[in-house]
Design a binder for this molecule. Structure first.
Ligand SMILES: [Fe+2]
Length: 257
């Protein structure tokens, strides 16, 4: 089973880039299941229902979110109604939507969990560990493979989650920083791991944003509305090859397109 995970879609052009390229990339890399983190698809203001629909029809099997997911109230009903669109599980029970789903892929049941870290990230959500533990316990025996998107700033926090669930969750990848890390690895119990898969949006900027505006904001500390960078759109992610018999990952490969 080959699972492709793509980092945060940062703008409408990122959505368009996937619309034009994702099915081709899936075919070329023999991808069975694809997860896209879409939390910034509407440019730092979450993702709309129509962004989500476009991404599903472009080849995403599951969409994950993060700290910006709740910015658009209009998406709340869609989050409630759409099994394959997740928001971080540790938002708690009062939030719209759900933090995990069991999705079908060629007859296999894949449990996808979306969790958020607590270090240097707003809003500060509940501790993710008990939420993840409860989801694994509740769904025991109902899934064949498990994948988790951990949306967090600190690599150490993400790695700790990787080790905590090594052998229990088959694939663990990080999102949020928009920078792809070079630490893809197979953990001791066979879980495929990478601290961050990166982003999908305009290149040539600071995390996808126009560098002049970001520098101006940091120099002056005045509120400035960010705009997308102006380079060609680019997507980064990682492909995990999972042995469906043992559940162990045999390779983790970074991808850029
Ligand atoms: Fe984020």
């Amino acid at each position: 089973m080959r699972i492709l995970c793509i980092g945060d879609v940062t703008s409408p052009k990122g959505v368009e880039h996937l619309r034009h390229n994702l099915w081709r990339v899936r075919k070329e890399n023999k991808i069975d299941f694809c997860i896209v983190n879409c939390e910034n698809a509407a440019l730092i203001t979450g993702a709309s229902a129509s962004d989500a629909e476009t991404l599903f029809s472009s080849g995403a099997d599951c969409l994950t979110g993060g700290n910006h997911t709740m910015r658009q109230k209009s998406v709340y009903t869609y989050l409630d109604d759409t099994e394959a669109m997740l928001r971080p599980i540790n938002f708690g029970d009062g939030a719209p939507g759900h933090g995990y789903a069991i999705l079908d892929c060629n007859g296999y049941k894949i449990l996808v969990i979306n969790a958020m870290g607590n270090i240097h990230i707003e809003p500060t959500l509940d501790n993710p560990y008990p939420y993840i533990d409860r989801a694994l316990e509740r769904e025991k025996g109902r899934y064949d493979l498990a994948v988790m998107d951990i949306h967090a700033e600190a690599t150490g926090e993400k790695m700790a989650l990787g080790y905590a669930y090594d052998g229990k969750i088959n694939v663990i990848f990080g999102t949020h920083t928009h920078v792809q890390t070079a630490d893809e690895q197979i953990l001791p119990q066979g879980t495929g791991y990478i601290s961050d898969v990166g982003m999908c949006g305009e290149s040539g900027g600071i995390l996808g944003m126009n560098p002049e505006l970001v520098v101006k904001q940091l120099r002056t500390r005045m509120p400035i509305r960010f705009e997308a960078a102006r380079g060609e759109p680019l997507a980064t992610g990682a492909i995990f090859d999972v042995d469906t018999g043992s559940g162990k990952v045999s390779s983790v490969e970074r991808i850029k397109f």
